[in-house]
Ligand binder design. Structure first.
Ligand SMILES: *[C@@H]1O[C@H](CO)[C@@H](O)[C@H](O)[C@H]1NC(C)=O
Ligand SMILES: *[C@@H]1O[C@H](CO)[C@@H](O)[C@H](O)[C@H]1NC(C)=O
Ligand SMILES: *[C@@H]1O[C@H](CO)[C@@H](O)[C@H](O)[C@H]1NC(C)=O
Ligand SMILES: *[C@@H]1O[C@H](CO)[C@@H](O)[C@H](O)[C@H]1NC(C)=O
Length: 269
């Protein structure tokens, strides 16, 4: 009796093992780029495509459904032999005719976006399921909107101080902006940011008063977007020694001008 029970138990285990080995629905690769940069030039769009690669047995494909989610919200559903369906905010923004494969169980697994915008940033989940099994994978996509303005410069204030500034205009998401002087990052530069209404694009300015404005130096500005490889860099020389020389000649010039005027005024008397 006990022997028989043991036998049944063992057979059960083997069956379970076989069942698991046979239920081969598996996501092998999730193709979600970590970042995607929107082109501001019309007609120069590199397509944004999210792909979900999976292995599935035709014999185990009963009840197959593929879903894509943006954060926790379902945005796409496809059942073989039916047309894919797009939900909510993504309606009209996914190319329903797009297909990477003619295979019955893979035909509409990928998402091709039409005119991606900044708020498509987020976690994308591909979920595949059959009656036997559910598999899912998630990855983060950061949409980048490149700046319309990136400038580095300096300005003499009326009180005689020289202010170095770096501006980045209309960029998304919020970048990190650093000023460097002779390759050293300025630790106490003053940063101001403005967020545009509706678009949420950022305008950032970083300013720094030169402690010694009579010295020659190399000014540099660096912009990065954390978690992506987006990077801008520009540099310019600052000729402080020449600046002082110019100021000196200007003063001399002003002096002679005054003296001449004074001399002329004196001759009137
Ligand atoms: C995306 O996933 C990360 C890691 O799981 C999580 O920290 C973050 O809050 C998620 N973002 C959103 C918008 O759900
Ligand atoms: C993105 O913003 C647009 C408005 O600009 C809005 O209609 C849409 O619902 C938003 N999409 C998401 C995914 O939040
Ligand atoms: C000169 O003016 C700027 C503001 O325009 C101020 O930040 C700075 O401290 C002033 N410099 C001096 C030496 O007072
Ligand atoms: C942001 O920067 C852009 C480009 O430099 C400029 O046209 C716009 O007026 C700025 N917006 C604000 C709110 O400062």
């Amino acid at each position: 009796m006990d022997k028989r029970r043991g036998l049944i138990f063992n057979t059960g285990l083997i069956l379970l093992f076989l069942l698991q080995a046979v239920t081969c629905l598996e996501i092998t690769n999730l193709r979600v780029p970590s970042s995607y940069s929107i082109s501001r030039d019309e007609g120069d769009h590199k397509p944004l495509i999210l792909g979900c690669d999976y292995d599935i047995d035709e014999s185990e494909s009963k009840g197959f459904v593929l879903k894509w989610k943006h954060n926790e919200l379902q945005i796409y559903q496809w059942i073989p032999s039916r047309n894919p369906v797009v939900f909510s905010a993504f309606k009209g923004h996914i190319d329903l005719g797009y297909s990477e494969s003619d295979d019955r169980l893979h035909k509409h697994s990928a998402l091709k976006f039409i005119n991606p915008i900044a708020n498509y940033t987020g976690n994308y989940t591909c979920q595949v399921q059959t009656y036997q099994s559910v598999q899912s994978r998630t990855a983060h996509l950061q949409i980048i909107v490149p700046e319309t303005d990136f400038s580095l410069g300096f300005q003499r204030e009326t009180n005689g101080s020289t202010v170095v500034f770096c501006n980045v205009g209309e960029i998304f998401p919020r970048p990190e902006v650093s000023l460097l002087i002779d390759n050293e990052k300025v630790p106490d530069a003053v940063e101001t940011e403005q967020v545009q209404e509706y678009t949420n694009y950022y305008n950032m300015t970083v300013q720094y008063i030169l402690p010694d404005q009579n010295k020659d130096m190399e000014l540099e500005c660096e912009v990065t977007i954390p978690g992506t490889d987006y990077k801008l860099r520009t540099s310019m020389p600052y000729l402080g020694a020449a600046f002082r020389a110019n100021a000196a000649t200007l003063q001399v010039f002003l002096c002679t001008f005054l003296t001449v005027t004074l001399a002329r005024m004196l001759t009137l008397f």
